[in-house]
Write a protein that binds this ligand. Structure first.
Ligand code: ADP
Ligand code: MG
Length: 247
């Protein structure tokens, strides 16, 4: 039997205002899936709802037959960069070790083998030379690579990354996308909130096109249809149109 990741009848509101309305989709595991849609479409909300980070009004999520509680340890999440406190005083290696020990420093000292594993993960993202640096000293791309290393350190099966490519350099972008493709080839399932539409065909196997409701999910080509894109990005289209961009 094929293992699937499924979302059924998912709705989420903020203060009584619905941000996501009755979302349904399912994907085979082992795919690289882009979540696209205009600003405020509910992309981050979808991720947080799937991961139980905010309360949904309704809906079921299953990860290869497991519910969230059962899958929790196999899930790695990298929030939007803007949502992270980069002034938090922590060195790079310890930030990666947080993938191994969520409560590092409070309850236990990491073992040598775990430090070595964290260092290995830093190597995978090309950041081993920065292991003693403060996280706040790094560039945007470097920070994102460190957070990906932390996700790798967790040995997760399901990865959720919210706009990992925003505000980073081309080298980091290539490195991150290659890593994600390798993870996918190892059978991991990866969801990526993404807002640049130019490279989605190169980057993803499947897409979720959102604008508060699900416009379409499926293979990249089946989603990248002009009428569907127009439906999702309607507000922007008319705004740009009213600004004379198309005339
Ligand atoms: P996206 O990630 O696609 O840009 P979000 O999921 O962040 O969109 O937001 C979806 C909608 O929910 C937006 O209208 C946004 O203003 C609203 N929203 C997001 N987070 C909150 C919050 N914490 N409180 C109230 N409204 C929110
Ligand atoms: Mg967002």
């Amino acid at each position: 039997m094929e293992k699937m990741i499924e979302v059924k009848n998912l709705s989420t509101s903020y203060h009584g205002q619905e941000a996501l309305h009755n979302i349904n989709f399912s994907f085979e595991t082992g795919k690289l899936i882009g979540i696209i849609g205009p600003n405020g479409a509910g992309k981050s909300t979808l991720m947080k709802s799937m991961l139980g980070l905010i309360r949904k009004d309704e809906g079921e999520v299953s990860f290869a037959g497991m519910n969230l509680k059962e899958a929790r340890k196999q899930i790695a999440y990298v929030p939007q960069r803007a949502a992270i406190d980069w002034d938090f005083p922590i060195i790079v290696l310890d930030a990666v070790l947080l993938g191994v020990y969520p409560n590092l420093g409070v309850f236990r000292r990491p073992k040598k083998t775990d430090r070595e594993w964290a260092y290995e993960c830093l190597k995978k993202v090309g950041m081993e030379d920065f292991s003693r640096k403060q996280i706040g000293e790094l560039s945007g791309g470097q920070q994102q690579r460190v957070f990906l290393a932390r996700a790798l350190a967790q040995k997760a099966d399901f990865f959720f990354l919210d706009e990992p490519l925003v505000g980073i350099d081309v080298t980091s972008e290539e490195l991150i996308m290659n890593l994600l493709k390798n993870l996918r080839d190892e059978g991991k399932s990866i969801f990526v909130v993404h807002h640049d539409l130019t490279k989605v065909e190169d980057y993803f196997d499947n897409l979720i096109l959102l604008n508060k409701k699900l416009i379409k999910s499926g293979a990249v080509k089946s989603v990248l249809q002009p009428e569907l894109m127009r439906e999702a990005y309607e507000a922007q289209f008319s705004l740009l149109d009213s600004m004379g961009v198309f005339s």
